[in-house]
Write a new protein. Structure first.
Length: 416
């Protein structure tokens, strides 16, 4: 449908629903930036997630989202992320240690399990101040993995009342109960003087109604931050393994840069500015396989975009995946080529490349992802070499994020 639209605004004939699909950069810029006040978060993509995120930072209520974002934003600014880079690097290096045994024996490793373990440990450490135990982390990882595929029946049937059964409902509801159990437990913790984590930040702020922070509001924000901060990096790094293995020339150049910059040392924040090609690889990864592949908006009032009338209440679908893969806006869009982002390369339209959205609703975790993903990719390559990945070309499955259908297994050997 995206190819047939060819950058034009089209209305999808979904019988019960008729959302507008918008893939052109200028049109996307109008919605996300120029006239963003007329396009509220919500609609067919957000509604199924309401039970998980409620009134928190990932909820669909505009006022509640704005209130939560205003409070949480300081924890995710570029300045704050720079202050905790060393902590993140420490968690990444520690998380890679268990891979030593697999590298020695040649035992295949589940890429999703590995990345989830490393990323979750870092998120729990720097954002939740170690208030979530190892056992809770394991439970939440299982719940997150269950929610992603169980979202699909809800996304494609948003017109049905919530009480109407869908496939995988039990899987979805059990995952929600897991988040409830553990996130309410975090909300009940007592901050200590000198603590610098999400609980401390939120407990000192009122809820959207000006009242003291309620356990439910804390739980909603904890769930949103945990989900967003972990899922994007985990999924992106899982996709990176088969993509790099399918492109040996890219992988060889990446390994050469990492060897020159890091050598046999543990990866540190001081290495980041010198990892030019590694950053290009991550930028291209987010173009080629953006984890946040689709989101929706709802028109607050009537509008006209490039001659197309958008009525009040219309659902708008925006897909970074479709725009990033459009031959109208990208040369060789289906080829993985990090040179697109090399210094001096032509800069694409701001909204031809928008893996984190844009405008006032740009993803709050973009700076965290940039540091975490670069440390993880460079840290992995500085210590290990990928010798095989199966499957080499996984099947993308749509859900809340874009994940491989198959288990991605890889074998590694020591880099030296």
């Amino acid at each position: 449908m995206g190819r047939q639209a060819d950058g034009e605004i089209v209305r999808l004939d979904a019988k019960v629903l008729g959302p507008y699909l918008v893939t052109g950069p200028e049109h996307i810029q109008h919605i996300l930036r120029a006239n963003q006040n007329n396009y509220a978060r919500g609609g067919m993509f957000y509604a199924p997630l309401d039970k998980l995120f409620g009134d928190g930072i990932l909820g669909q209520d505009e006022e509640a989202w704005m209130h939560s974002r205003r409070i949480i934003q300081p924890m995710f600014t570029a300045r704050h992320i720079k202050q905790i880079q060393s902590q993140i690097a420490g968690f990444v290096n520690e998380g890679l240690d268990p891979l030593e045994e697999a590298a020695r024996t040649g035992e295949p490793v589940d890429a999703l399990d590995l990345m989830a373990s490393i990323v979750t440990k870092a998120i729990v450490g720097v954002i939740f101040g170690q208030r979530i135990s190892r056992e809770q982390v394991d439970d939440l990882a299982v719940a997150t993995n269950a929610i992603i595929p169980s979202m699909i029946p809800r996304v494609v049937t948003p017109f049905l009342p919530r009480w109407v059964p869908r496939p995988k409902d039990k899987q979805f509801n059990d995952a929600i109960k897991t988040f409830d159990r553990h996130m309410y437990a975090v909300a009940e913790a007592t901050p200590q003087e000198g603590d610098d984590d999400l609980l401390t930040l939120l407990l000192g702020a009122p809820d959207p109604h000006g009242l003291p922070a309620s356990p439910k509001w804390l739980r909603d924000n904890f769930s949103g931050v945990y989900g967003a901060a972990s899922e994007t990096t985990v999924s992106a790094m899982v996709w990176a393994m088969p993509i790099l293995f399918r492109h040996p020339e890219v992988y060889a150049k990446l390994c050469a840069e990492v060897d020159e910059v890091i050598g046999s040392d543990p990866v540190t924040p001081e290495h980041l500015p010198k990892l030019t090609y590694a950053k290009q690889v991550i930028d291209e990864l987010l173009r080629y396989m953006p984890v946040g592949w689709l989101f929706s908006r709802v028109a607050v009032d009537d509008d006209v975009i490039d001659g197309v009338r958008i009525p009040k209440g219309a659902d708008i679908l925006i897909s970074p995946y479709l725009t990033h893969r459009s031959a109208k806006f990208w040369d060789r869009p289906d080829e993985f080529d990090p040179e697109r982002f090399a210094p001096g390369a032509p800069v694409p339209h701001r909204y031809a490349y928008f893996p984190f959205g844009g405008g006032g609703h740009i993803c709050i975790g973009n700076h965290l992802f940039a540091v975490e993903a670069l440390l993880l990719l460079a840290g992995l390559i500085s210590r290990f070499r990928i010798t095989s990945v199966t499957p080499e070309n996984p099947t993308p499955v749509v859900g809340a994020t874009l994940r491989p259908m198959e288990r991605v297994m890889m074998t590694v050997r020591p880099a030296r």
